[in-house]
Design a binder for this molecule. Structure first.
Ligand code: IPD
Ligand code: CA
Ligand code: CA
Length: 263
């Protein structure tokens, strides 16, 4: 499969930024034993990746706007097209030397995510999708899993940080899904969770209160792999509320019903 031009731009930027990120990850593993820990070092690494991505994407499409986790919104002369970027998704993993994190880049056109790249530099898996062209990991076509039964299904989720609203509600949602399914995983990177749904590794993913940069690229991946993405509570715009439910075609409805009844 020949990747479309916009994917080549995003993938090129992600791969370039990943080189520095991998070097920094090596350092972080060393820093685990120091008293101060690697927190400042990691936030500097995070900002370096974001700056490099902005530079590369601006070179290719000088007029597009940006929404980046670290630097916030930055309107360009073209406000309809916006790059939505999480330079490091899975920061807690990175900080602890756990090799599961990603760079996430989406192109959002008039509020609609139309292209996405999620790159895991450790496994060298580059997940990509453009609306209407299917979803891929590297050269391989992706398809959501075919499992139909709740009790065969494995779901991914994310726990809210202790300071975030919705902490208690989260546990009310978790219990019925654990009881009904074959298992629930908390991997620590929402962008990769969505890529895993697209790849059929898990049947679905839900989380509340995420940000657009956590999910914009992954939404395109899941939809192009034949899955469904919606707002858990029926809200119109999942990018705005960040309450995301993504699953294969068979389990999207039952998982949604379970979550809503538990809320
Ligand atoms: C976090 C990860 C995590 C999710 C959190 C996000 P970050 O992003 O995606 O899986 O549970 O809600 O904030 O902070 O690592 O970029
Ligand atoms: Ca994130
Ligand atoms: Ca981040």
């Amino acid at each position: 499969m020949i990747a479309p031009p916009v994917i080549n731009i995003m993938a090129g930027a992600a791969r370039k930024a990943a080189r520095g990120l991998l070097r920094d990850f090596g350092e972080v593993e060393q820093l685990q034993v120091s008293l101060k820990g690697p927190a400042d070092f990691v936030s500097a690494a995070d900002r370096r990746v974001e700056n490099l991505l902005r530079r590369e994407l601006r070179k290719a499409r000088p007029e597009y706007s940006f929404l980046c986790e670290e630097s916030g919104p930055e309107p360009g002369t073209d406000t309809a097209n916006q790059w939505v970027i999480d330079p490091l998704d899975g920061t807690t993993n990175f900080l602890h030397g756990i090799p599961h994190f990603a760079i996430s880049i989406a192109l959002v056109r008039e509020g609609d995510p139309i292209a996405g790249v999620v790159y895991n530099p450790i496994s060298d898996e580059l997940y990509w999708a453009e609306k209407g062209s299917g979803a891929f990991v590297n050269e391989r076509r992706l398809r959501v899993s075919a499992r139909r039964q709740m009790d065969d299904a494995v779901f991914a989720t994310g726990f809210p940080y202790r300071s975030r609203p919705g902490f208690d509600r989260f546990f009310r949602l978790l219990e019925p899904v654990i009881r009904a399914s074959a298992g629930v995983r908390r991997f620590g990177s929402a962008a990769l969770d969505l890529a895993y749904v697209a790849a059929g590794r898990v049947e679905g993913f839900w989380e509340v209160g995420l940000q657009p940069w956590d999910i914009a690229a992954g939404i395109v991946l899941v939809r192009e792999a034949g899955g469904y993405v919606s707002e858990i509570y029926g809200g119109r715009d999942v990018l705005q509320t960040g309450n995301i439910l993504a699953a294969n075609d068979h389990l999207h409805t039952p998982l949604g019903e379970l979550l809503r009844s538990a809320a």
